[in-house]
Design a protein around this ligand. Structure first.
Ligand code: ADE
Length: 274
């Protein structure tokens, strides 16, 4: 069975998932490098869930530990992001098709944004994993979102019909809370959807270990002067509903697909067809 590593940047983003895992048989928790790695089952699927804390170094060491200590087969990062593209509003979901470290600059020795001696600037995520997450996010937004987030809370954040976006995401060790800085990032990366602080680091580690990865983000703010207020409020009242809801849909679909394969195998065996 595939074991999925799930990384969150903040406690709120993985708390509900870990609470669900604790109820299941076989749950274990190992503390390595000041982080708790929760191993067990989530909706019938094997996974290891960990709070990475914030920033690229924290995300990278967590990803390496998941790979080397727990032998995960794939990594999904779940968290919040600041919206950059005009159409990306608070409450929308972003799945990164590729990621760049916007603060990486080793000029004049290497081109701006290129990881020195690796020769890569833009890390591409796993297409199959992203497609699965896209379906899960669509199902969450179409069904669970209205059930789990009241109209009052949605209205408070200005969320109407939240959308799903897929494309370029920027990562850097800076919280962007200034419209001018956000505009400068967009001028440098005109197709960028959102900015966050970990995704490209996880994508780099997965690239170096040839491991599939996906980065799932919910837009909590517009990376402008109000970003720190919007971010804090979104984190405390809505963030975990998105993470938990989308990952639940993701694992449920996997569970159903595994069940269909078993049923098909049984039918083929019973029919005597080789
Ligand atoms: N994560 C959520 N909002 C962010 C922002 N504005 N900048 C960087 N990371 C973020």
């Amino acid at each position: 069975m595939v074991t999925t590593g799930i990384i969150g940047a903040m406690q709120e983003e993985v708390a509900e998932i870990i609470a669900g895992m604790r109820q299941q048989a076989g749950y274990t928790c190992r503390r390595i490098g000041m982080r708790d790695y929760h191993a067990g089952a989530f909706d019938g699927q094997s996974c290891v869930v960990v709070l990475a804390r914030i920033g690229k170094v924290a995300a990278a060491v967590t990803a390496v530990t998941l790979i080397r200590e727990f032998g995960v087969d794939e990594i999904v990062f779940t968290g919040l992001a600041g919206g950059l593209a005009a159409g990306g509003n608070v409450g929308d979901v972003v799945i990164a098709g590729s990621l760049v470290q916007h603060d990486l600059d080793a000029r004049p020795f290497f081109p701006r944004h290129e990881v020195p001696l690796l020769g890569v600037s833009e890390f591409v995520t796993d297409a199959t994993l992203c497609t699965e997450l896209e379906s899960a996010a669509m199902a969450f937004l179409a069904i669970d979102f209205r059930r789990s987030i009241t109209l009052e809370i949605a209205a408070g954040f200005g969320i109407g019909e939240p959308l799903l976006h897929c494309g370029l995401v920027l990562s850097g060790d800076r919280f962007i809370g200034d419209a001018g800085e956000a505009a400068e990032l967009l001028a440098r990366f005109p197709t960028a959807l959102a900015v966050e602080m970990e995704g490209a680091a996880v994508a780099q580690v997965c690239h170096e270990h040839a491991l599939p990865c996906a980065i799932l983000r919910t837009i909590s703010d517009r990376a402008d002067a109000n970003a720190h207020v919007d971010f804090g409020q979104f984190l405390s009242s809505v963030a975990s509903t998105y993470s938990d809801g989308i990952l639940r849909q993701f694992f449920r679909a996997r569970h159903a697909a595994a069940g269909s394969r078993v049923a098909l195998r049984t039918a083929v065996d019973a029919s005597g067809i080789a």
